[in-house]
Design a protein around this ligand. Sequence first.
Ligand SMILES: Cc1cc2nc3c(=O)[nH]c(=O)nc-3n(C[C@H](O)[C@H](O)[C@H](O)COP(=O)(O)OP(=O)(O)OC[C@H]3O[C@@H](n4cnc5c(N)ncnc54)[C@H](O)[C@@H]3O)c2cc1C
Length: 330
Amino acid sequence: MSNDILFLAEFAAGKPARSALELATGAAELASQSGGAAVALAYGSGAADGASALGAQGAARAVVLGDADRPAITYAAAAVATVRDADPLAVLAPATPNGRDLAAALVGSLHVPAFGPVRAARVTDGVLETEQATLQGSVITTARPADGAPSPSIALVLANTFTPTEGGTGSAEVVPAPEAADSAFAKAIVAESHETEAKVVNLEEATVIVAGGRGVGGEEGFKPLQDLAGALGGAVGASRAAADAGWIPYQLQIGQTGKVVKPSLYIGVGLSGAIQHRVGMQTAEHVIAINRDPDAPIGEFADLFVVGDLFQIVPALTEEIRRRKGSEGA
Ligand SMILES: Cc1cc2nc3c(=O)[nH]c(=O)nc-3n(C[C@H](O)[C@H](O)[C@H](O)COP(=O)(O)OP(=O)(O)OC[C@H]3O[C@@H](n4cnc5c(N)ncnc54)[C@H](O)[C@@H]3O)c2cc1C
């Protein structure tokens, strides 16, 4: 076994996904603890051209699994061959649909220990040690491979577990993946793809989030929140109650069974701040809550708690922000 830490790095049009930057930073951190190198498993369109830039976050090498626009699972055969060859201490995969597919293929093919979704990872006594939240976030479990377990450990890592470092100047050495045995994984191709009209917002990358809950009362009730998010250049998110009611797509749900976000500003509107919601947004830098109930749990951890009717406060806030922005531009 080597002391290297591998990580999955997804690309689109030559640009790394945010998860790739986060995991490059995380892998470099763990590699400095294990005495190995951080190595990217780069895949997706433009991966061959874009992969060397991961050196800025500390990757020493990038193995290109393939650089076509095709389903992530079709890179599984190359990923398995690369991991088998490298025999690293650990492989980090993002806890995204694509990351989960590839991690499952690795674990299933190599029969190695799996962890996740993890919210912290480190190398202790030469093995990967991870932390995950269980029982609705009320218990944090620390896990490591059993004595004598085969390497590597595969960890699914939650978004925002690592903060990408910026401004590094290193460049990673780019190498092709080893020849993979013919595999069912490589049999799917993309026949055609086109952009949909709906703009998919990546909540995990938003720096400002306005999240609505049951208190907004319906789909229409999200309109003032969208206006506020628009005025702030942010995105709209939701509690599970709002997503379950069908007022907003599930992709925008924040919490234990939704997205884990880390904006600089999170505004929770008409949501109570249940523990299952809180675990998805508790690392926000600043939290503002707008709620008509002065005893709502969110008031206990908000930096600013505004007690009142959201339908009066939110439009007034939006108007004031627009007015100030307008006068700045004048
Ligand atoms: C296994 C499990 C997983 C879960 N995962 C998640 C998850 O990922 N994310 C998540 O969010 N939840 C999750 N939940 C659900 C969670 O427990 C709560 O039920 C949910 O978060 C409550 O949503 P809410 O805050 O929108 O609704 P409520 O708790 O009903 O709160 C609504 C709030 O709106 C306020 N309000 C009402 N009208 C107004 C108004 N006009 N102006 C201002 N304020 C108003 C009320 O005072 C109240 O505080 C999970 C639960 C379980 C059991």
